[in-house]
Design a protein around this ligand. Structure first.
Ligand SMILES: *Cc1c(COP(=O)(O)O)cnc(C)c1O
Length: 408
């Protein structure tokens, strides 16, 4: 953006008298309180930088929870959205549109899979995968409806995906849940062997679990799931809503594990902030649904698919997969070196990182970092989660490490 454009935007904001106090008052009064918000109101973003209503600048190492893969307002995405918004925003799935077909082809190119179903969020992408698995299972037998997921997982907030999310705090207020789910201790291959049987239609796993603090499942566990799914004619589904779309340095996290699922899901980073999800399928999983089985009014509308297409092209053209893995390695070594005994472990791959603190001060680390202009996320008492944009530089990592270590 030019300085002139920035000045114009700033003036516009000042004229509208945006302030944290007024925004918070309206939110307190009129929004259903489902979020524990921090006391900041962001009004503008560019790259890894964000500005709040007072003009204070922040370095964003959370990226809208793994969404802003290209940073804020990447010029290529902004331009694509602006042009498409002026051309065609929505027509419904009763008709063909150019951006949807163009994105579908691209998704197949970067996955090697066969077909894709588009929707509007991560939870919906997982719902689509679960519906495919249920229908595919019933083609064998009416009892083949069992779905197995792992403890500590997170798959979304709809009734189906909250049932798949094996964590009591997300499930308990909403019981009774969807029938047919069972939960295996993560990485316990023997327990999985005892659980899978002829009535299993799917095993759903995150190759790297995100919401619980960045825990990769072992290759051995994923391999066991693959073998059992094959033996019992169940579908193996990987939830790549957080770990996919280039974040780990590969397009998809499974590509580094040697285990290929039948279905995987994507969302978060896919549309650079426009709401879009995808359920990508191969083989029999790609041929299970027929017209009328599933759908969504907004899904794959021209605006969202244009944003996703621009996002994928920018990652390709700017060499951002390579940057994600290189910067991930750099961050790990810099932080371990600078933090010393205050950090016991840095988990994860590429730019999906979980910093294990020696103490139980994760929340105060997050709040003090925010005060000093660094955005990170606290998980539980002792984990800091980092999900920065793939365009992050060494200098920005040095700055983030400096602030983080100073507040530990
Ligand atoms: C965020 C997330 C979801 C849910 O995505 P929404 O877009 O919030 O519905 C599902 N699975 C994983 C692994 C996630 O990180």
């Amino acid at each position: 953006m030019t300085t002139e454009m920035l000045d114009k935007q700033k003036t516009k904001l000042e004229e509208s008298e945006v302030s944290l106090a007024s925004v918070k008052a309206a939110d307190d009064a009129y929004v259903i309180h489902t979020y524990g918000r921090l006391p900041v109101c962001f009004v503008r973003g560019e790259g890894l930088r964000l500005w709040d209503d007072t003009g204070k600048e922040y370095l964003d190492f959370l990226g809208g929870i793994a969404v802003n893969a290209l940073g804020h307002c990447h010029p290529r995405v902004v331009k694509a959205i602006q042009d498409q918004a002026a051309t065609l925003i929505h027509t419904s799935n009763l008709y063909y549109t150019v951006p949807q077909a163009r994105l579908a082809k691209k998704m197949i190119e970067i996955s090697g899979f066969d077909r894709v179903f588009f929707c509007n969020s991560g939870a919906e992408a997982n719902e689509a995968a679960l519906k495919i698995a249920r229908k595919a299972g019933k083609a064998y037998s009416t009892d083949k409806i069992g779905i197995i997921t792992a403890t500590h997982s997170f798959h979304g907030r709809t009734m189906g995906t909250v049932t798949a999310t094996a964590q009591a705090k997300y499930q308990d207020p909403f019981r009774p849940l969807v029938p047919g789910f069972s939960y295996v201790e993560r990485n316990d291959s023997d327990a999985l062997r005892l659980m899978v049987n002829d009535n299993t239609c799917a095993i759903l796993l995150e190759p790297i679990q995100g919401e619980c603090g960045i825990h990769a499942l072992t290759d051995e566990f994923l391999q066991t799931a693959r073998e059992l799914a094959d033996r019992y004619k169940a579908l193996l589904i990987f939830d790549e809503v957080q770990c996919g779309m280039g974040r780990t340095g590969d397009w998809w996290a499974f590509q580094a594990t040697g285990v290929v699922p039948d279905l995987f899901t994507s969302a978060k980073a896919l549309g650079s902030g426009l709401p879009i999800g995808a359920c990508v399928a191969r083989g029999r999983a790609a041929e299970t649904l027929v017209p009328g089985d599933h759908g969504s009014t907004f899904a794959a509308n021209p605006l969202a698919t244009t944003a996703a297409y621009a996002t994928i092209c920018a990652i390709q053209d700017e060499g951002l997969l390579e940057n994600a893995s290189e910067m991930g390695r750099y961050f790990k070594s810099r932080l371990m070196e600078a933090a010393g005994p205050r950090v016991t472990e840095v988990r994860g791959r590429g730019l999906m990182l979980g910093v294990q603190l020696a103490g139980t001060n994760a929340r105060s680390v997050m709040l003090n970092a925010l005060e000093k202009g660094l955005i990170v996320n606290a998980i539980g008492d002792s984990t800091i989660r980092l999900l920065p944009a793939y365009i992050v530089t060494r200098a920005q990592i040095d700055k983030a490490v400096e602030i983080l270590v100073s507040v530990m």
